[in-house]
Design a protein around this ligand. Structure first.
Ligand SMILES: [Zn+2]
Length: 436
């Protein structure tokens, strides 16, 4: 495959670099980047005139099947959202609901430029099936809770999934150890998870310090902050992605730096539920690895990384009352190379470099009034672009989205399934869904 005559934001070594040329892709790999030449024998040729190529977005924190609950609880506080809606709706979810939810979520992610996502949910074998079918790359975690019934059994399911699914879908799926959070997993359970995790080389992830109350409760219940609990139980002893990390102090940040705790920043969900603004600028300054996440569509309400990119910059400026902080390049890096660092895959993904895996997205600036003039194409992508400007998506060297269409994907069927299943789940909970 050849993408010819195109502007390339390379993100090489996480640095700012824009070049113009041709990109050759073969055997899943970016083989060559060189000055444009008209000669080509390649089978698939994408004309890059007026277009911009960059690494695919990496969504470091989501719950893909939760698109089934998109729009169920917009204007509520986080406790109402959990207790009155999510926990009650999830009770009736079937494995097939999860499959169809994940499938449509992946379609949404691909069309908005995400080529890798870290997903936490249940029945992850069903999500793996959707990943396999749609050709995206994913880090999948079968979440475990340390409260409720059948805890040990569920932990076994999760560990079996980690062992059986790592490296599947031609290597596009990797698995993750995922205790849900410190507020749903008591310290004794986290110690057990850390013990089991000693023998596993997989990445870890959990929700951390989303609300002030979580930190206060942790201090009053255990005399320790959530970060201290993770440190003491051994949860931080292997590479881990902490989602949110909003209510953390200077001491916590030192722990992050020392233990290489990486952060998945989810600005949109955090803002909507007034959870606070994570100290991202400070983390970047300290050299803590930061990526971006959408969280699930029940709290966002989309899986569009462009929203997160833009908001990540704006919120830090508001938080610190400093318009200079958090440059357009810095936030675009978080969505690409930074995300790869968070997942520990920066040697193979996250930038456009010869020898790296070909996960590539293309923005079409032609016929897009909002993307012109092209004074600073990074600025255009961060502040002006819409995901509908993404014309092509390539994952693992394969063209998945061609001129805004996902190849070999029955969109109507997926949309119909999700509407039906979502309606049933709301009815089972006793909520009415609008008829259409
Ligand atoms: Zn989450």
């Amino acid at each position: 495959m050849l993408v010819k005559d195109i502007e390339i934001i390379t993100m090489r070594e996480g640095k700012k670099e824009i070049i113009h040329g041709d990109v050759f892709i073969k055997d899943k790999i970016i083989q060559e980047i060189k000055p444009h030449s008209e000669k080509s024998k390649d089978k698939i040729v994408i004309d890059g005139i007026g277009k911009v190529l960059l690494p695919g977005f990496i969504n470091c924190h989501t719950h893909s099947p939760m698109i089934l609950f998109r729009g169920v609880a917009d204007d509520v506080d986080i406790n109402t959202w959990f207790n009155d809606y999510i926990w009650r709706l999830e009770k009736n979810e079937t494995p097939d609901d999860i499959y169809w939810g994940a499938k449509l979520a992946i379609a949404e992610m691909l069309l908005s430029g995400t080529t890798t996502f870290l997903d936490m949910y249940f029945h992850m074998d069903k999500v793996a099936k959707a990943v396999e079918e749609l050709g995206i790359r994913a880090f999948l975690a079968w979440t475990v809770f340390g409260v409720g019934e059948k805890i040990g059994e569920k932990l076994k399911d999760s560990v079996n999934f980690i062992k059986n699914y790592d490296g599947t879908a031609s290597g596009r799926i990797r698995t993750v150890l995922n205790p849900h959070s410190t507020y749903t997993c008591p310290p004794s359970f986290l110690s057990k998870v850390a013990e089991i995790g000693k023998d596993l080389d997989n990445l870890r992830s959990l929700h951390l310090c989303e609300t002030k109350e979580q930190v206060e409760e942790s201090l009053s219940n255990y005399g320790k902050s959530p970060v201290q609990i993770c440190l003491d139980t051994g949860i931080f002893d292997k590479p881990i992605v902490a989602a949110h990390a909003i209510h953390i102090n200077e001491e916590d940040l030192k722990v992050f730096k020392e233990k290489d705790v990486r952060v998945a920043h989810c600005p949109e969900c955090n803002s909507r539920y007034c959870l606070g603004i994570a100290p991202i600028a400070q983390m970047v300054e300290m050299g803590i690895k930061v990526g971006l996440g959408t969280d699930g569509a029940a709290s966002n309400n989309n899986l569009d990384m462009l929203d997160e990119i833009k908001l990540a910059a704006i919120l830090q400026k508001v938080k610190l009352n400093d318009p200079i902080i958090m440059s357009n390049f810095e936030v675009l890096k978080m969505a690409t190379y930074g995300g790869a660092q968070v997942l520990g895959i920066e040697n193979e993904l996250g930038s456009i470099e010869e020898g790296k895996k070909a996960d590539v997205i293309i923005f079409d600036f032609n016929n897009a009034p909002h993307l012109n003039p092209k004074i600073d194409i990074i600025s255009n992508i961060v502040y002006s672009a819409k995901s509908s400007d993404i014309s092509h998506v390539i994952v693992d060297g394969k063209l998945i989205v061609d001129n805004r269409k996902i190849i070999d994907f029955d969109m109507k069927k997926s949309i119909d399934e999700v509407n039906l299943r979502s309606k049933r789940l709301l009815e089972q909970k006793g909520e009415l869904m609008v008829e259409y």
